[in-house]
Design a binder for this molecule. Structure first.
Ligand SMILES: Cc1cc2nc3c(=O)[nH]c(=O)nc-3n(C[C@H](O)[C@H](O)[C@H](O)COP(=O)(O)O)c2cc1C
Length: 184
């Protein structure tokens, strides 16, 4: 077996990108990402994940504003990263939502992981996002659930911002001590 192949290289090369060029993604790129999302395996094949592919910056801004409404301090934290949006100016954001099932949390993590690697393989950058959850709180009558077409009982799980990187970032430290060997 070869020690490295292109997929393994992409896994090692990926890092979170927090600044994007304005260039939009092509329709073909978006369709490729949609097919990648639909290839996500789900526990017991429940397939309860729903994906909102959003390039409409008005929607992205509305989610930002609802987050800042609940957490005004978020904006200060972003400013320290030279950003004014929790989506860092990405031309595409994919919101993953699901009704409550045993596997919804795990499934959504796998989905954004697959999307991150798909984006990387296409020469795009990405960052996985939990912060948008503040805009989707069920007890907030002005939450953004309807804006993204979520059905009754569907909850925001994770999002991923994707676009052409306008920055680079070192990969995080990888600590071999986090692995326990029982290799017989
Ligand atoms: C579940 C999850 C939620 C995350 N939420 C955010 C977020 O809301 N905002 C953000 O800037 N980064 C977020 N990140 C990115 C992490 O901060 C990042 O993956 C981590 O610092 C490691 O860096 P790397 O992705 O470059 O390896 C999230 C990552 C994961 C896996």
């Amino acid at each position: 077996m070869k020690e490295m192949n292109r997929t393994l290289e992409l896994i090692q090369e990926r890092s979170s990108i927090r600044r994007y060029k304005k260039d939009p993604l092509t329709e073909a790129e978006i369709n490729t990402l949609k097919r990648a999302a639909l290839a996500t395996p789900t526990g017991q094949n429940f397939q309860e994940l729903r994906y909102a592919f959003v390039t409409d910056q008005k929607i992205i801004k509305a989610v930002d504003e609802r987050c800042f409404h609940h957490n005004p301090e978020m904006l200060d934290r972003l400013k320290s990263r030279n950003a004014d949006s929790i989506f860092y100016g990405a031309p595409l954001v994919v919101f993953v939502s699901a009704k409550d099932t045993t596997w919804a949390t795990a499934d959504s993590g796998i989905a954004v992981g697959i999307l991150a690697l798909a984006a990387q393989s296409m020469g795009l950058g990405s960052v996985i996002l939990g912060m948008p959850r503040a805009a989707f709180m069920p007890d907030d009558p002005e939450n953004c659930c309807a804006l993204l077409g979520m059905e009754e009982g569907e909850k925001f799980r994770l999002a991923i911002a994707i676009g052409h990187p306008d920055t680079t970032k070192e990969q995080h430290d990888k600590d071999p001590a986090h692995i326990r060997d029982f290799l017989g």
